[in-house]
Design a protein around this ligand. Sequence first.
Ligand code: DX5
Length: 228
Amino acid sequence: MNMRAPTLVASVLPADFSELGEEVRRLEKAGVDRIQWDVMDGRFVPNLTFGPDVISANRGHVSMGFEAHLMVDDPDPMLAKWVEAGCEIVIVHAESVRHLHRTLSVIADLGARAGVALNPATPLEAVTNVLDLVDLLLVMTVNPGFGGQQYLATMERKIAAARAEIDERGLDIELEVDGGIAAGTIGAAARAGADVFCAGSALLNGAGTLEDRATALRSAATDGIESR
Ligand code: DX5
């Protein structure tokens, strides 16, 4: 059983967009490991956020990793832009590309780590034939498009199946969950098999300091992983 230490990723979707530089600096200072840039095109999801220029404008403010979560139709034409903007990981949705094997190969050729995301209704089987090309598998625990939604516990079967597939094949893949990850849900996601946890609202809002919330989430994730 793969027992990595948890990685805590902050989604900037609920951040104050008028002060993104300060927000990412605060998140790094609070001990978050990586930033997730929720890229939305208003077509793949009913929301519109930011492009590569916004990401590159923030690259110099922090040294932590950036991942681009591309919730867009047809991400292929712009793959290089996210890497040039400073993202070390580029995550495409399996539902958004026609030739996923080729898309993942292109991301690797660009020198980035390749991620693939699955919407709640998409089975794990959609990616089992390309896991050899995957560095990060993102299991959505909400329907993508907005922060602050309810965690879908029904996704834990898919998380557990992904964990089993990764471990059985000895693959070096980060298993990330995203959507409604908070103090009350992160333990269950960790027990199911996740080792990377993306949180937006639970990190950027809530009682106590940002550091307290980051520490509490990381501690709950660690307990969940260790209790598998
Ligand atoms: C949803 C995004 C998530 C979301 C997480 O489309 O991919 O990253 O912003 O926000 P919370 O943690 O508030 O659900």
